[in-house]
Design a protein around this ligand. Structure first.
Ligand code: FAD
Length: 331
């Protein structure tokens, strides 16, 4: 058996039948026997059960930097830790990812859900992603356009059946600092350089989010729901202070954390699972939580929010059961 405890930031005591750390494509013995799953650090995953198959751990290392005169072109192994990459880049004067500071997890997982924070998404800097198609063994390179990045979305999520194992991520950065300070919390601050932005982002995050080393969690458990104008008008009539953000033509993003808070679910505890006192969108393991306790708390929150606002919450975290990925509605 292979413990998945170091590979899930919820800190759940779950196991896989076997595990392989993939340091190069040659570690992938294709074709693979079903079932298998790909995992980085498990900071966007909830294991709902032990896994009856092989866990493929992203372990490709290496950071190659080229200065082309106007930009820095960077090729990074999927197993590198994103925050360590940000530190390495900043030490070399390469800026762009500082707003994503302190997001846990690997570089290879970053394009999967197009991670984002404080007004920046990783897809803004990705030029291409190199991967192996685990079914055919073919090496594929997806351009930024082919990655189809959207809000917490990408080609990799839209085409899960293709089983692409990301090996390298290629990024491009301008050779001067371009600040992204439009986000509430950053815009009123005097932040002169990327190091100052990183420090501020880390301070903001530390105030709001639990550190998974001490409190098991997977960040935002639910996505911010995207709704139409009628829904916004209906809700604003009753809750005029409800935060609303534009999300494309006639689409509006609501703050899931606000909805959960107003549905009286902030800081609650169910068994050994709970919601974080400072950010209701984060579900936490209060100690010895079992997977089913996290699931049942998530279901309770969905019911309360649907009852109060008529809005459906959908998990941002990926759910893996005994034989592979599972849908929230099937649990
Ligand atoms: C405290 C906390 C704060 C967070 N804050 C943010 C935030 O601000 N913004 C944000 O966007 N996310 C945030 N997250 C979520 C998470 O950190 C990111 O989604 C991160 O990219 C996940 O990296 P990982 O290596 O842990 O991936 P995992 O959780 O291991 O995997 C996530 C998904 O990617 C797939 N995957 C992983 N590696 C590969 C690979 N090499 N090839 C193909 N598929 C792969 C897995 O199969 C899985 O479906 C937060 C999480 C925590 C715990």
């Amino acid at each position: 058996m292979f413990s998945l405890l170091p590979y899930n930031t919820f800190g759940l005591e779950v196991q896989a039948d076997a595990g392989v750390v993939v340091r190069s494509r040659h570690d992938l013995q294709l074709p693979l026997a079903d079932p298998y799953l790909i995992i980085g650090r498990g900071s966007d995953v909830l294991f709902t059960d032990d896994f009856a198959g092989t866990a493929l751990i992203a372990g490709v290392r290496g950071i190659e930097v080229q200065h082309t005169g106007r930009s820095f072109e960077v090729r990074v192994g999927a197993g590198e830790i994103l925050d360590e990459l940000i530190v390495t880049l900043l030490q070399q004067g390469i800026t762009g990812l500082e707003n994503l500071s302190a997001i846990p997890g690997t570089v290879g997982a970053a394009p999967i859900q197009n991670i984002g924070a404080y007004g920046v998404e990783i897809g803004d800097y990705i030029t291409s992603v190199e991967a192996v198609d685990l079914r055919s063994g073919q090496y594929v390179i997806l351009s930024r356009e082919e990655c189809c990045f959207g809000y917490r979305d990408s080609y990799f999520k839209q085409h899960k059946e293709e089983k692409l194992f990301v090996l390298y991520v290629n990024l491009s950065f301008p050779d001067r600092f371009i600040p992204h300070l439009t986000y509430q919390g950053l815009k009123d601050k005097e932040l002169k350089d990327a190091q100052a932005v990183r420090a501020e982002v880390m301070a903001l995050r530390a105030r709001k989010l639990p550190d998974p080393r001490f409190v098991g969690n997977a960040g935002s458990f639910f996505k911010n729901p995207v709704v139409d104008k009628n829904t916004v008008e209906r809700l604003r009539a009753q809750w005029p202070d409800m935060p609303v953000f534009t999300a494309g033509k006639d689409r509006y993003k609501l703050a899931a954390g606000w909805l959960i808070d107003k549905a009286d679910c902030r800081g609650i505890t169910h068994g050994h699972a709970g919601t974080w006192e400072h950010q209701a969108l984060v579900l936490v393991n209060r100690g010895q939580a079992k997977p089913h306790e996290i699931v049942s708390l998530g279901k309770y929150i969905c019911t309360e929010v649907a009852h109060k606002f008529g809005v459906e919450l959908v998990p941002e975290v990926r759910l893996y059961g005994r034989y592979g990925e599972v849908e929230w509605n099937s649990l």
